[in-house]
Ligand binder design. Sequence first.
Ligand code: AMP
Ligand code: ZN
Length: 466
Amino acid sequence: MLRFFNTLSRQIEEFHPLEEGKVRMYICGPTVWNFAHIGNFRTFVFGDVLRRYLKFKGYTVTHAFNLTDIDDRIINEAAARNISIDEFTAPYIQYFWEDFDALGNERPEVTPRATHHIAEMIDIISKLLENGHAYESDGSIYYRITAFPDYGKLSKINFSGNRDGGSERIDTDKYDKEDARDFALWKLVGPEDEPGWDAPFGRGRPGWHIECSAMAMKYLGETFDLHAGGMDLQFPHHENEIAQSEGATGKQFAKYWLHSEFLKIDDVTMSKSKGNFFTFRDLRDQGYSALAIRYLLLSVPTRKQLNFTFEGLQGAESTVERLRNFRSLVSDARVSEGSSDAVAGIVAKALADFEASMDDDFNTAAALAAIHDMVREINTVLAADGLRSEDQSTVLDAIAKFDSVLGIFGTADETSLDAEIEALVEERQEARRNRDFARSDEIRDLLAEKGIILEDTKDGVRWKRK
Ligand code: AMP
Ligand code: ZN
């Protein structure tokens, strides 16, 4: 039975979807104003493991994952370059999906963009105006928090005695609001200003929070199962999503809320604004593989903070290499007919431990330990030439099952491709040692055609994919 921590109840709960066998989930996606950093990807890789594990458990998953393609940073950057916001965001959207795919994430079923859902946002704001949950002030529309007594139920922030700006996170510079906690649903813009959209309540542009309410309810219904995002989104973003959605429909918005802890670097949260970040591309350009980055990001359970270090990443690199070699060893092993009870027992235990760990609040660290235990024990069997033909598929099937959730082994094709590349790199070294530069250059060109770059380092030749 899958159990996990629900931020809404602050308890570990059993998971029971609203509709038998089906899960509808929403994860807040990136703001496409720059490259996503690996902190962002920690949250997104967890989202991917979450959706894959739900599928592993037999659920049909509908996963909506938005792109925030309008916010102040985007508007300012586009204006500074004198281009439209679409022109500004297009390359970052493309880079985002390239990185997302390269990190082995499955594409969610629905990937809506905020700017394509302005009509849906206007609808919700109109409802909130009608039922008194929103009001107009100086042409902008604000959410009236006093009309929603449940405000604070997710973040558990105690607002009593805090009216009119006790918290530094509350935007106190807007004196035209009834209450400092009220937040903008729609910001007035001038008739000539871009971007701007016409609405019954005046030309403007949406606030950030309303976009997720609109897209989540459009694709998943007014009430759905699961909503996730990084820790920093709990308040105010998710609290405001709840207020807007439940204020408009009178129904519960999401049943379960999950929040990923931060990726840190030198014990400081990785963020664009602090400048202490690495993008996926930064690390790949330094020769680290996508699989190792993915492994590192998911190796610590999502509710624990993860401190990024290069030693950790190097360790992940060796670990994924070991896992891939293990799979090759098992597939290539010369075996005799039959099966062994010992192997069946090792694999059954690993599968059971893996599932029990994932069922336990997505304990990926324990799930990985189950895989490593299996690898160690099967290696002992291999060393004694004890693997039989049926065992081979038992082990390979188990690896495929683990990997349907974690995606850390890479494809089997890549493994043989890697072996082929390594053989060529070695042959080139040999040619150079023999001063056969014609052959060495030929191999370099051959590798270049395959998109492989060679680098001479003090530790020998390293190769990476372009
Ligand atoms: P943004 O593009 O800023 O909207 O952020 C996208 C997602 O990344 C959000 O769910 C954030 O909570 C999450 N996020 C931002 N920084 C980190 C970090 N250092 N570690 C983990 N998740 C993060
Ligand atoms: Zn959101």
